[in-house]
Design a protein around this ligand. Sequence first.
Ligand SMILES: [Zn+2]
Length: 239
Amino acid sequence: MSYCVNCGVELEPAEQKCPLCGTPVVNPNHPCDPHAWSAYPRRVQEAAPSLLSRKTTAAVISAALVLPAGICLVCNYLITGAVTWSIYILLALAVVWVASVPPLLIHRGTLFWAIGLDVAAVGGFLYVINRLTYPMTRTNWFDTLALPLLLLGAATVLFVSAAFRYRQPGKLYGCIVCVMTIGVLLLGVELITNAYLGKALSPHWSLPILILCAILALFLIVIGRKIKLRNHIKKRLHM
Ligand SMILES: [Zn+2]
């Protein structure tokens, strides 16, 4: 066993120089054995640069979406003499583009912008479909059903991501957030669908689920407290 003459750090038999200060190791009693096991890597590896930059990926995705859109548009026009069914495909491809390309190009506040753009794109998509099918169905499901559900989903995603971002989640904390989110989300879904169907607003099937979720969350909180208390006592007693 050798020690660095400069900084005193303990040296592995394979070290030819001190890993801390770089001083060469000279110990006639314990000559350096380069084949001995070393705690440090023998050479530094650099991460390979990513093959596709974000801009290139965005361009590739855009091209991959424009191609089927163009083919559908041309086929639709040649077959029927007008743009009819292809408009649905074009809108769906536009939603895919909005969901995939802007997040690649926006660097700051990506999550917020991505969710906002997704809501706008999906909302616009559903709105146009509702408008196009209105003459046949005579129902306005966008304002009263699709939009509230979409906003509820976006709010849920924002809440969960904020909850995980602004506090380092332990496994228990993550479980509590998810369980309570599911309960509240289902309650919201039932209230919105009840309002759309013209039923009474009082929750029916989602209330027992919410109560179960709350009991489960309380149970997890108690377990978390007990673990904290046990660790605290162990520290106090130097166990
Ligand atoms: Zn040293």
